[in-house]
Every structure is written in C-alpha cells, then in structure tokens.
Design a protein around this ligand. Sequence first.
Ligand code: SF4
Length: 367
Amino acid sequence: MTEIPGAAEYGIDIPIPETEIEDLLSVGPADVTAPEELSFCRNVFVPLTTACRYTCTYCTYFDPPGQASLQTPEQIRETVRMGADAGCTEALFTFGDDPDDRYTEIHEQLAEWGHDSIHSYLREACEIALDEGLLPHSNPGDQTREQMAAVADVNASMGVMLETTADVAAHGGPRAKNPGQRLNTIRNAGELGVPFTTGILVGIGEDWRDRAESLLAIRAMHERYGHVQEVLVQPVVENERWRGGTPDVGTLRRAVAMARYCLPADVSVQVPPNLAPAREVIDCGVDDLGGVSPVTDDYINPDYEWPALRQLEDIADHAGVPLTERLPVYERFLADDREREWVSARVRERIGADDAAGQRYRAVLDD
Ligand code: SF4
C-alpha cells in the first residue's frame, strides 16, 4: 500500500495496492482504443479572483497581495451576458485558492460588498450566471465540505485538479499545496453529490509511479461515489514563472493511455487543446476537448490562445470522429433513471425553463 502525503491528516482512506500501480505502469497507447467521438463545451472564463494562498512555481495565474484582482458583479454580469449571447452554456469560474489573511484588500472589498468569504461571493456570481443564462462550473481550489455545500446547488458541476499525489518541489515554499487536501475536496464533492472534474498535471516533478498512483486515487474516489465526470491529462507548459520544460509527446501519449485504461468508460479523458498537441494523443483514448470560448481568453494560461471552434473540428476530422457539444454537467447526471439526485432543483429548473437559455441547453442535450 502507498502512503499519500497529507492523506492521514484529512482521514483519506483509499488503499492503492502496489500490484495495481505495477499493472498500470505497464500500460501504453497500444493497450487502449481510440474514441468514437469527441465532445466539447462552449464556455466563458470568469477569473473571479487572482488571489491565492499558494505559490506553485509553474503558475502564472496568481497575483501577490496588493496586486490581486477581484471581479465586480457588473464585470461578471457583462461577461456572462456576452457568453449567453454568443451561444455558450457554461460560466467557468476560476480562482486562486482561498485568499489568506495577506490579501487584506480582497477581504475589505468583499466585506464592502456584504460578503465574509470568497465562497459567499462565489454564490452571488453563480446566481448572476444562472440569471443571465449560463450554467456555472466553479473551480475554486481546495474546499472544505462547508464551503462546497454553500455553493453546490448553484453549480451544474465543479472541479479541482488533483495534479499529483506526490510531494513535489513545484508545490513547495512556505505555503505548499497538499495532495491529501485535494483528495479531501474530491471526497467532499462525492459526499455532496456534485458532478466533478479533476485531473493530473504532467511534468511538475512527479515520476511515472506518481502518475499511476494519482490516476488510481481518482478512480478509487469515483468507485466510492460515482461523481467524477472527466479527468484532464494536462501537460505543464513553459511561462514566465516555469522554465522546467514541458513533457514530450511520447510522455503525454503514455499518460493519456494510462488514464483511459484505468478509468471506467463513462469517465471522459480530456486534454486541453491549447496546451497539448491534441491531434497526436486522441488515439490514446481522449474523448473530450474541454471548454472552448468564443468570448474570453484562457486566463489560467494567457500565453496560450484557445483554439477556435474550427480548430476543434479539424482535430475531430483528423481523428475521423464526430465532434459533439455537451453541457458543463455530463448528460448521465441528468438522466431520469439515476439513483441519486446529482443536480439541484435550481439548476434542473434552469435547464428545463421555457426561455432562450433553457432552449439553448436542451438543444445541446438533443445534439
Ligand atoms: S496552481 Fe492554483 S493553487 Fe497553485 S498558485 Fe496557481 S492558482 Fe494557486
């Protein structure tokens, strides 16, 4: 059995036998089949705040205290309205991780707007998106069960990247991210019945054994709760803070094949085509290309433009498969024969509404 850093601290009990790790380490592209179709989602990026309590060395998203931004309700409304007008279905709320006490300006601004936490403000942001005709998918970093419960009913789905179960120097420094805490967030989603997106980040100092362990940890969480809808296999990319290189295509192909091999068929494997050579890895089991935005930049990786929709079609054509649109919550979580209510009455009501937004959502479901 392996010992995941931080797991004991958070009471994470997911035994991963060495034999399963060894089995997965023997998997390569020849052991998986190519997908029958590729999906994507039309979204707008809303970078709610760039404040983050961590300082991951590969990340250009976070700003230090005094420089971090916080979008106003008016900015949020303007962006999501543009997205709805452009035919999007998803408002992707991105964050740093829970701003700590160093971010006094952020906390003062939140207080001025009547919020005692970033999660309280996230709830208002999600309400704006629902009102304007987009389904929220929030990725606010690590969340306690109480934080997630405060916003679960106004999100169609949520997410956090596990990245890796290993203790890597790239997460180091005085405020290091903790794999056990990430797994705790994924477990919270399972317990609360939130359809969830997670994934691994490849090339931040982890080795092949760590990649196998990370994928098996995600699978174990999904086996327990059934809530994981997609798993990203994302390569780290060079930027002004990261000069550690990016994984080569062969590495990415093997990592994608391992993900496809170990995850159940109903969990999608996604590569972000603005960060990875998607054409060269689709046959390793990728069946989703993530979100594409006709309106906003990819604020997480601003140096890398989102490919236009035409480029996604080219990737699908190259793979010889159809490209289909999906909602931010995968359709199986909306099915009538589900054993568990995965989507809140509030979100379900929006999808069924007899207005332009409801018609747009249902047109995607009928696609
Ligand atoms: S990767 Fe996420 S947790 Fe790490 S510094 Fe960037 S925003 Fe914060």
